[in-house]
Design a protein around this ligand. Structure first.
Ligand SMILES: [Zn+2]
Length: 227
């Protein structure tokens, strides 16, 4: 399936609305904009479901079927296990306090590592962005407002239980976000190195260049911690 980098913001909004703000097959809220096989329309598929199409394990007819009847619109779909919240999520990260109203919890060497925003529309999903270090230490935007950007296989995405796992194909880059409730996300594990600065984060502590801190991230600010 063809990826669609040239869609306008208006077209993207229409695609998201049509698909229910998630992968049409599985409901994961991290996705790519893709052209439906043999059609002019665009759809949303998460990296995993897109991989199934690329491997020939999902047919064009099946993809059309999912697009016509997106999983998030089906009655059995459990919205609560995924980040469909109208509010900015509370974060469990780096210490004992719940982090509230902090859209950018961490900035490393001038790079916003994670960014969270409430959805633009009701029924939409929490907007998640992720910026990580490539194997050479340069920053790379992996997810931008829920859009999965890597097209060269340099990063992998996996939904495992209630966790979004994002892993570098090479090197130690890793981000595991657990959807505890739809408006509560735990940073279960994150590690990345940007320009030689190393960051590792768990729900209980964070390490910057090998030094460990607890409760260092400020709550209720645009940026929680610059390091
Ligand atoms: Zn999917």
């Amino acid at each position: 399936m063809l990826s669609l980098p040239d869609l306008t913001e208006q077209e993207r909004e229409e695609v998201r609305q049509a698909c229910g703000f998630a992968c049409v097959r599985c409901g994961v809220t991290i996705y790519r904009y893709l052209r439906l096989p043999d059609a002019a329309q665009a759809t949303l598929l998460c990296p995993t479901c897109h991989g199934l199409v690329e491997e020939g394990r999902l047919t064009a007819a099946q993809v059309h079927g999912f697009h016509t009847n997106p999983v998030v619109r089906q009655r059995h779909f459990a919205r609560d296990r995924l980040p469909f919240s109208p509010e900015l999520p509370m974060l469990i990260i780096g210490g004992t306090r719940l982090l509230r109203d902090t859209p950018i919890p961490l900035v490393l060497d001038g790079e916003p590592i994670m960014m969270f925003a409430p959805p633009r529309r009701s029924r939409g999903a929490t907007r998640i962005s992720l910026r990580m270090g490539a194997p050479d230490g340069s920053p790379v935007q992996v997810i931008n407002g829920n859009e999965w950007l890597p097209t060269d296989g340099s990063w992998h995405f996996l939904l495992r239980g209630d966790r979004y796992s994002i892993m570098a194909a090479r090197g130690e880059g890793l981000a595991v976000l657990r959807i505890v409730a739809r408006n509560r996300i735990a940073v279960e594990h994150l590690r990345t190195t940007i320009r030689g600065r190393r960051l590792e984060v768990t729900p209980d502590w964070l390490e910057i260049d090998g030094k460990r801190y607890v409760d260092r991230i400020g709550s209720g600010a645009l940026v929680g911690l610059e390091c």
